[in-house]
Design a protein around this ligand. Structure first.
Ligand code: NDP
Length: 679
């Protein structure tokens, strides 16, 4: 029976009434599935996302969302055989499949962990420091990020049916947005299989994820302000989406990742036989052959010093000769098929254009020797290396989305930068050099044209993740031709999905709104030392104001001798008198902080388990001999840790002198038991 892919829409699986379009196995030409979205109610899907999915996600704190993502990643990691088998049918080898499937699940793990560690256990994120807007400190400004009540639509390319979906889902979910995923039809059967597992797991709130299997149709017509579209695919389709009326006039945000003519530049310091020479050659061949070169990050332009170009071409050729091509189900095959026969035609057309200014030095676009497989039914293509004439235009304009790269030569670093820039904006560039001066000139020259730059040499190579691997913690996206969007980049992309608002209010109002104690707002001293309170009992604003203490010369001498910090300002009265800032002996800043701890601490065993650091420490006024200090400690933020019986408490600490001037300000970070006494 025909396997017609279904959409997951408004809480149920939808099967179109027609036969749908055939989707063929990239290597064998056999039918894998059919696809159709005929009759699918796209308006119902967007409404469902906004009214069911969005509110359910936003009822969770960032930490709860992170925990749901972690549980999902664990679940998806459990049994991947079905996914691996389907991945082979897209033309991907087993290794390619790992990059897509395990790479995608790894990205969800990474976002789960970042969400728990870097976002508060709340639904609002503070952005930057408080701005004092009035003289008395009664009128303050604070930027905050909140979730948008919209829907995140992803329109994906055919080349990474799992990773492409998950790397966009995880940050959108953390940001509080439901997702509608529209995979590229050609490989949508793999995305559908994954979404079936997500839906049946019940690990994400209902409405968090919907699937549109088939044409996008009028989906953009259904979008409005606060909705966003993240598109990966051709520059042509990106152009259509950019001019959609809801993008131009309706407040819909569009992120684009389109064609990218990425480059790798070999430094002029590198000689044949140097470790960097081999690293460069290996990098180019890897990027040409992984996923049969169907990677948005692949190296399309291989930029080398003219003097060494023959050696580079010979070395790349020697490596390409060892690449076995064929049906990816055969474990001895290194490079599989392109996604479809149509896609192979597109690459052949691109090669035709490239040949007007470059000659083929390895491979034949019309002939391929196969280790295994049917050359007529499978979308196989030989790797093709070209060498461009000086001044060639096409290598900077035409994207052959397959196992193709073009060698271009340069004579000076300026020329190398100019060649790289002629790609008009790329996702990633590599600079392969062991010379720090070359690295700086090339990297700073290339940086405005790239979203990410790998600087590769013998030192970082053993740990390098390679040119073509987008990483969850680093930005993926590039300027200009690459689309101008930014995906990944750690929490940056979560915040991209959210709305930044400047709040102007009194300190008390800011504390109430943000859930974080704000300088100047009310403190609460109920007579119980806050170190005697468990996490469940502590409240933001709970405070302890210490008794004063005098800092004597004996204290300073003792601290200097005990720690070995005998810096002259603490030990030599004559020299200290000449110091323009102090004019005499002053206490060590660390002595002040240590004495402050002695003033605020409640020493008996209790719910406070550990001090794990201080943030934002500043010494503001010098403490002179016999000055008196006191400290006020106030609960600023309370963050329970999931899967632990304690949480983090951030305390605002202000040390003042007898005149009330702030001597030191900082945040004390502690771990506090959720309940006390513990069982
Ligand atoms: P397309 O732009 O045709 O398709 C990309 C996605 O957009 C698919 O999901 C497609 O759906 C969808 N789509 C197509 N037309 C519309 C429309 N009018 N409105 C809304 N969505 C639409 O690119 P391909 O995937 O076919 O790849 C073609 C070329 O794109 C490649 O040869 C390569 O040059 C480039 N590409 C670039 C990538 C990158 O990351 N930089 C990745 C992949 C491709 P459907 O499949 O159902 O048509």
């Amino acid at each position: 029976m025909t396997h017609l892919l279904e959409s997951y829409a408004a809480g149920r699986w939808y099967r179109a009434p027609d036969e749908g379009t055939q989707l063929l196995d990239a290597a064998t030409g056999d039918e894998v599935a059919r696809i159709s979205a005929t009759g699918l109610d796209l308006g119902e899907m967007t409404t469902y996302a906004r009214t069911v999915g969005g509110p359910a996600i936003r009822a969770l704190t960032f930490h709860e969302r992170a925990a749901a993502l972690k549980a999902l990643a664990k679940h998806l990691n459990e049994d991947k055989d079905e996914l691996y088998a389907l991945s082979l049918r897209t033309g991907a080898t087993q290794r390619d499949g790992l990059v897509d499937i395990d790479g995608g699940i790894g990205t969800v793990f990474s976002y789960a962990s970042k969400g728990a560690r870097e976002l508060p256990n709340d639904t609002v994120v503070l952005d930057g420091n408080l701005e004092r807007l009035g003289r008395e400190g009664r009128f303050l400004g604070q930027h905050v990020f909140t979730s948008r009540p919209g829907v995140a639509v992803q329109i994906n390319a055919f080349n990474f049916p799992v990773w492409g979906f998950l790397e966009k889902l995880a940050p959108a979910f953390l940001a509080g947005l439901p997702t509608i995923v529209k995979p590229a039809s050609q490989t949508a059967y793999l995305t559908e299989a994954l979404i079936r597992r997500i839906v049946s797991s019940g690990l994400l709130p209902e409405g968090s994820v919907q699937l549109l299997a088939g044409s996008a149709g009028s989906l953009l017509d259904e979008l409005t302000v606060h909705d966003s579209v993240a598109f990966t695919g051709s520059a042509h389709t990106a152009g259509l989406l950019r001019t959609h009326t809801n993008v131009l006039h309706g407040g819909v945000t569009l992120g684009v990742e389109a064609d990218s003519l990425n480059c790798s530049v070999l430094g002029p310091d590198v000689a044949t036989g140097d470790p960097e020479f081999d690293l460069f050659v290996k990098g180019v061949v890897t990027e040409m052959t992984v996923k049969a070169g169907q990677k948005c990050t692949a190296i399309r332009r291989t930029i080398v010093p003219a003097a060494i170009a023959d050696d580079v071409v010979a070395a790349i050729t020697a490596r390409l000769e060892k690449v076995t091509v064929g049906n990816p189900a055969n474990p001895d095959v290194r490079m599989g098929a392109l996604a479809s026969l149509g896609q192979r035609e597109e690459v052949r057309k691109a090669l035709q254009s490239l040949r007007s200014s470059a000659e083929i030095v390895y491979g034949d676009p019309d002939q391929v020797t196969l280790l295994d497989g049917d050359a007529d039914r499978g979308a196989f293509l030989s790797p093709v290396l070209l060498r461009a004439q000086r001044g060639a235009v096409e290598p900077h304009d035409v994207e052959p989305f397959g196992p193709v790269s073009t060698v271009l030569t340069y004579d000076s670093l300026d020329e190398a930068v100019d060649l790289a820039a002629r790609g008009k904006g790329s996702l990633v560039g590599s600079v392969v050099t062991h010379d720090p001066g070359v690295a700086r000139t090339l990297t700073l020259g290339l940086a405005p044209w790239h979203g990410r730059i790998l600087v590769l040499d013998r030192d970082d190579a053993p740990e390098s993740t390679g040119h073509g691997s987008p990483l969850p913690m680093l930005v993926h996206g590039g300027p200009g031709r690459a689309g101008g969007g930014e995906e990944l980049g750690g929490i940056r992309t979560v915040l991209h999905h959210m709305q930044r608002t400047a709040i102007q209010a009194s300190p008390d109002m800011l504390t109430a709104i943000t859930g974080t104690w704000t300088t100047g707002s009310a403190r609460r001293d109920d007579g119980v030392h806050p170190f005697r309170k468990s996490l469940a009992e502590l409240r933001v604003g709970d405070t302890i104001a210490s008794e004063p203490r005098q800092v004597t010369l004996a204290d300073i001498d003792h601290f200097a001798e005990f720690t070995g910090d005998t810096f002259y300002a603490h030990t030599d009265p004559e020299a200290a008198a000449k110091n323009p800032l102090f004019g005499g002996i002053v206490a060590h800043g660390y002595l002040v902080v240590s004495l402050a701890a002695g003033l605020f601490v409640d020493p008996a065993p209790g719910p406070v388990l550990a001090n794990f650091g201080v943030d934002r420490l500043r010494f503001l006024t010098p403490v002179k001999v016999d000055d008196t200090i006191a400290v006020t400690l106030t609960v600023k933020q309370i963050t329970p840790r999931t899967n632990a019986d304690y949480g983090e408490v951030r305390w605002d600490a202000v040390v003042t002198n007898a005149d009330g001037d702030p001597v030191a300000t900082y945040d004390v970070l502690t771990l506090v038991a959720k309940t006390w006494p513990q069982d």
